[in-house]
Design a protein around this ligand. Structure first.
Ligand code: B1M
Length: 215
């Protein structure tokens, strides 16, 4: 039997390798050995994802590796999620996420969703081609900390501004942080439309949400 610290390190290591089966097996092993679910999360899974994020930033990892690691993260999360809930360990925060109206591109948004979930956030994914009316309705229903908007077309990125203006009009802007991203979106555009943050990639999206929530 491996020592607890050793199992946690192995979970991180296998997650970095993107080996979902081993991550799941080691997570089960850790729980069987009565290692706290919060330690599995923080010292195993999140510690591995942290390395993945750093390697992505240094161009040592690319999107496929990040996606595979996020999938491995999910396989471990599925095992510990009920235990975290039972221990009343709260998610870091809640994020409502979508691709805006008129835009069907959802691959990048889905990666952002996986990465945020992997980083410990509750995600309400509204899908693609989502109107401001639906966004407002869902914000009222779910009371998230952050709204994430994705757009891949120069013709749809303007809709992000419309969403922020609609939030303003509905008096919801003060209670929520807005981050935006997608290939044509820039930091300058984000400032122009008064978003709170911009992520050029999924790893930066997580950094932005952490920053905005003071984590
Ligand atoms: Co479309 N498409 N497409 N397309 N498509 C692009 C975007 C395009 C650049 C191709 C080109 O012409 N070179 C071009 C846009 C031109 C422009 O506006 N400047 C284009 C076009 C024109 C179109 C159509 C209009 C084509 C047509 O029908 N004539 C049409 C529009 C449909 C619509 O949306 N209404 C269309 C359709 C499609 C498909 C449906 C076939 C398919 C989408 C399938 C799907 O998503 N389910 C598709 C695809 C696949 C692409 C390309 C090839 C790839 C996009 C992608 O998934 N990239 C794309 C060309 C390209 O980018 N090379 C193209 C991979 C993904 C991981 O990256 O989405 O950038 P990305 O996400 C990154 C970051 O941007 C960031 O993190 C992600 C991960 O690092 N990010 C965020 C994304 N969202 C974020 C949110 C955040 C933070 C970060 O915070 C909330």
């Amino acid at each position: 039997m491996n020592a607890p610290q050793e199992i946690l390190e192995q979970i991180a290591e296998k997650l970095i390798e993107g080996d979902a089966n081993s991550v799941a097996a080691l997570t089960r092993n850790a729980i069987d050995q009565h290692i706290e679910a919060s330690d599995v999360l923080n010292k195993g899974l999140l510690s591995g994802m942290d390395v993945v994020g750093k390697r992505f930033k240094k161009n040592e990892f690319f999107i496929p590796e990040v996606m595979i690691a996020a999938k491995a993260m999910k396989s471990g999360m599925e095992i510990i999620k009920p235990l975290l809930a039972a221990a009343k360990i709260k998610a870091r925060g809640k994020v409502v996420l979508c691709t805006v109206k008129g835009d069907l591109h959802d691959i990048g948004k889905n990666i952002v969703s996986m990465m945020l979930e992997g980083a410990g956030y509750d995600i309400v994914d509204l899908g693609a081609d989502v109107t401001k009316e639906v966004i407002l309705e869902q914000i009222k229903a779910h009371q998230p900390d952050v709204l994430g908007l994705s757009a891949l077309l120069t013709t749809t990125m303007g809709y992000m501004k419309e969403v922020i203006e609609a939030l303003d009009r509905a008096n919801l802007r003060q209670q929520i942080k807005v981050i935006i991203g997608g290939a044509p979106v820039t930091q300058t555009y984000s400032e122009e439309i008064h978003a709170d943050g911009y992520g050029p990639d999924a790893v930066s999206a997580v950094d932005q949400v952490n920053r905005l929530l003071g984590l």
